[in-house]
Write a protein that binds this ligand. Structure first.
Ligand code: PLP
Length: 442
């Protein structure tokens, strides 16, 4: 558009991410405010947040403690460069976060998103092996249906076809384990399926194929989120850990959505009692208020890379202009206080039985073919319309928004992950609205 002809109602300039732009712009849906469990739509309607924004606003919206911390930091020091100079909040936050982490995950590298956390973790894995004289370990193993963000590293180890097919050129040295879920044997499981862990043994076959001496790391989401909420069977993650240990391969958990209380513990690491070598995080770190991500690293990895370099040398040639941005750090410190003071890391565990019953009450609703849940997460899978995968769930999304409920859909699965401050009445409201909509959806 030419200068001087700017039209504030023009929707064309903004190329929206992961959005059907033409469809959206013909019938836009806008959010203009948010407080606690609700958004306000541009027409003034209150919309119950069934998705914590995008799996990130775990403390709910507009929390005064977090808002004030951001405002105060912006006034005090808006920005500080992160290379060869520091600011105190970054160190304080790192200490706070590594205290929460189990085992010797005692170091943290800050990024600005989940995608950057994933690429950072992959690079640290490579640097670690190189530092200890095993530079031949350059391959990564992901898993079918994995989502690890949208960087080239992330889409390479990721296993979602749609996220890859427009972009032919990806990391060459990547392979994928098979997906673990089988609806015939695991459908309508409550929490972790009892059986099915044996599929983790496929990793052994892949190690035999590629040879352990070429493999740097295995990366998985401990609970599959973006592909439609799939909970690993009991024993599956333990088995991956054993196989990685046996072959000197690093194990990375991508906790971008499971971190910060989503499953009823601070991290999935605690929930599943399996300690990986690196953990990627973002989203709930500061309750989604300022872009920020993090990679947690075990002592041995940090020590190897840092001590392996000559004194005075930069040990890891990696970092972002906004790593440990002061506003993001201030927001994260305030969010951590809210999580601690309100017991939000265990709240999902307390609500889980109620949430689970509410989710599974949809079992006999029209079109429902599976319900999966853990912590404060649920996936309600609908049968697809013939030849139109995703259309039915998207209809439900549109109707829910009209009725004042924000849900998320992926394929024909409705994915629910509300802020951890949700009440039981609001849980009833979520599933009541969805049940009503399903009755009238073709
Ligand atoms: N990894 C996982 C497991 C995710 O769920 C996501 C986002 O949903 C990402 C990485 C990417 O995070 P971001 O969108 O902040 O780059």
């Amino acid at each position: 558009m030419a200068a001087g002809t700017h039209n504030p109602n023009d929707l064309e300039a903004f190329w929206m991410p992961f959005t059907a732009n033409r469809q959206f712009k013909s019938a836009p849906r806008m959010l203009v405010a948010a407080k606690d469990m609700h958004y306000t739509a541009s027409d003034g309607r209150q919309v119950l947040d069934g998705t914590a924004g995008l799996w990130c606003c775990n403390a709910g919206h507009g929390r005064p403690e977090i808002v004030e911390a951001i405002q105060k930091q912006a006034a005090e020091m808006d920005y500080a460069p992160p290379f060869q100079i520091g600011h105190p909040a970054a160190f304080e936050l790192a200490s706070r976060l590594t205290e929460i982490m189990p085992g010797d995950l005692n170091h943290v590298f800050f990024t600005n998103s989940g995608s950057e956390s994933v690429d950072t973790a992959l690079k640290i894995a490579l640097a670690y092996h190189k530092s200890r004289g095993e530079g031949s370990r350059v391959k990564f193993i992901g898993r079918d249906k994995g989502y690890h963000g949208v960087g080239f590293g992330g889409i390479s180890v990721g296993g979602l076809g749609n996220n890859r097919k427009q972009f032919g050129n990806q990391l060459p040295a990547v392979d994928h384990m098979p997906f673990f879920y089988n609806r015939d044997t695991m459908g309508f499981s409550k929490g972790q399926p009892e059986t099915g862990a044996d599929i983790a043994n496929e990793l052994e076959a892949m190690v035999a194929l590629h040879d352990a001496s070429t493999i740097a790391a295995v990366i998985v989401e401990p609970m599959v989120g973006s592909a439609g909420v799939f909970i690993p069977p009991k024993g599956y993650l333990d088995r991956l850990r054993e196989i990685c240990d046996k072959h000197g391969i690093l194990l990375i958990f991508d906790e971008v959505i499971t971190g910060f209380g989503r499953l009823g513990a601070a991290f999935a690491v605690d929930k599943f009692n399996v300690i990986p070598d690196l953990v990627t995080a973002a989203k709930g770190l500061n309750s989604g208020t300022v872009p920020m991500g993090a990679v947690f690293v075990r002592d041995g990895i940090y020590d190897t890379v840092v001590n392996g370099a000559p004194e005075g040398a930069i040990e890891l040639f990696h970092g972002y202009t906004y790593s440990a941005h002061p506003l993001a750090c201030a927001a994260a410190l305030a969010a951590q206080n809210v999580y601690r003071d309100e017991g939000l890391y265990t709240r999902a565990a307390e609500l889980e039985p109620y949430w689970q019953d509410a989710a599974h009450s949809l079992k006999d609703s029209q079109h429902v073919v599976d319900v999966r849940n853990i912590g404060l997460v649920a996936g309600v899978e609908l049968a697809s319309r013939p030849g139109k995968v995703g259309a039915r769930a998207f209809d439900v999304f549109l109707k829910a928004f009209e009725k004042g409920l924000l849900i998320r859909t992926t394929g024909d699965t409705i994915a629910l992950s509300p802020p951890l401050i949700i009440s039981k009445a609001q849980i009833d409201e979520i599933f009541g609205i969805i049940a009503d909509i399903l009755k009238t959806t073709d």
